[in-house]
Design a protein around this ligand. Structure first.
Ligand code: G3I
Length: 357
């Protein structure tokens, strides 16, 4: 048992997570998979009632959007955008530039003179933002660019086709291209494993802060930092003060912050689901209390809403050895709320209200 058993909050009212977030001027939302929208009705209902912001889990990535050079496919992304519009929800765009989920043709296409490589990045950003720009609250312009365990002196991710093609400067190019088109949408850099009290997360925090200093010096128009928040409490210890210090450092850059992909992997946790649920709820409350105490933090999106569709249960390194589903989202695989739901609700209720901007 990591934390004290989470007492199920007897909430005095039956407000949804969306209503609790709205009451504080906070974001609470989740990633969506469009095939399930409108076909899996319990799922559709949870998405509509619990979230005031959505993000595409995979359909707004270049592999899905541009399967062949210049051939754009927006059907999946449009479906989630239209659902959000029908339900009065905001959307964040994930993601314009990433080392993963690129179409198979991209690597070869980058074997061209530098100016044409830049154009391969800029033209894609232009095309996607042209389609959705005014409807996005924010964009993950660049996703997961650091990797201190690789060979770059600055701790940048070198197994990244964009870093190989253009160096660190690909970040500048992407943000300037986005800034030309994105209107009021905030431009985010998004990354993972910057929240825990373990050495390799500390290295990632320091690498991130040094990168932000360089980007600011180069007048790169970065306006937000996304903390993905994929917690793994049975592997990496969460210590609120360590995370709070990093949030203060991000505030120092004048950035908006958001927890963008929150979930809790219970791999290596106890066999009893009730025990894992209590531990997950305890770390959820501690993590979200810390995040929402930061005046820079606009809110939280979970990486899904129900364990039924969590990526955590699909991945070898996070799958549970006993074959049971990961219990890392607010609703279980039967769409029932869990103590994690209570913890999120309690954190939203306890958070300082945001002044309407
Ligand atoms: O739905 C199609 C299915 O119809 C098709 O038969 C199958 C064949 O490939 O693909 C299915 O789509 C898969 C999709 O997940 C559906 O779940 C894609 O192949 C697969 O690539 C996609 O993986 C996503 C992954 O990013 C890569 O885009 C995961 O869902 C998504 O959870 C994961 O999310 C990432 C964030 O973007 C960045 N942070 C880490 C996070 C977890 O890896």
């Amino acid at each position: 048992m990591l934390g004290l058993p989470w007492p199920r909050h007897g909430f005095a009212d039956s407000r949804s997570l969306r209503e609790r977030a709205d009451a504080k001027g906070l974001v609470f939302g989740c990633a969506v998979k469009s095939p399930q929208l409108g076909t899996d009705m319990p799922y559709t209902d949870l998405i509509a009632t619990q979230a005031n912001m959505l993000v595409h889990e995979y359909e707004l990535k270049r592999k899905n959007v541009e399967p062949s050079p210049g051939q754009y496919v927006f059907a999946g992304a449009d479906k989630a955008m239209n659902f959000a519009a029908d339900n009065g929800q905001a959307v964040r765009g994930h993601t314009l530039c990433w080392f993963q989920a690129n179409p198979d043709w991209l690597e070869d296409a980058l074997m061209v003179p530098v100016a044409q490589r830049e154009q391969l990045l800029i033209s894609y950003i232009d095309r996607v933002i042209d389609r959705y720009g005014s409807r996005m609250q924010s964009w993950d312009v660049v996703n997961e660019v650091i990797e201190p365990q690789q060979a770059d002196w600055n701790g940048m991710r070198t197994d990244n086709p964009w870093w190989r093609a253009l160096g660190e400067r690909h970040i500048d190019i992407a943000f300037h291209a986005a800034k030309e088109k994105a209107g009021e949408a905030k431009l985010y850099l998004n990354d993972y494993s910057v929240e825990n009290d373990v050495r390799w997360n500390e290295d990632r925090r320091n690498t991130t802060l040094r990168l932000l200093e360089r980007l600011k010096k180069r007048d790169v128009p970065i306006e937000g930092y996304g903390i993905q928040g994929h917690l793994k409490p049975y592997r990496d210890r969460f210590e609120p003060e360590v995370f709070a210090k990093f949030l203060r450092e991000l505030e120092g850059f004048g950035l908006q912050v958001m927890v963008t992909e929150f979930d809790v992997a219970d791999v290596d946790g106890p066999a009893d689901p009730a025990e894992r649920d209590a531990d997950i709820a305890a770390v959820t409350k501690s993590f979200l209390d810390t995040a929402l105490d930061s005046p820079a933090c606009a809110g939280v999106l979970c990486w899904g809403i129900t364990d039924e569709y969590s990526w955590l249960s699909d991945l070898e390194k996070y799958k549970r050895a006993d074959g049971t589903k990961t219990r890392g989202l607010p609703y279980d695989d039967q769409y029932r709320p869990k103590p994690m739901w209570d913890a999120i609700a309690a954190a939203l209720d306890a958070a300082p209200a945001r002044v309407p901007t």
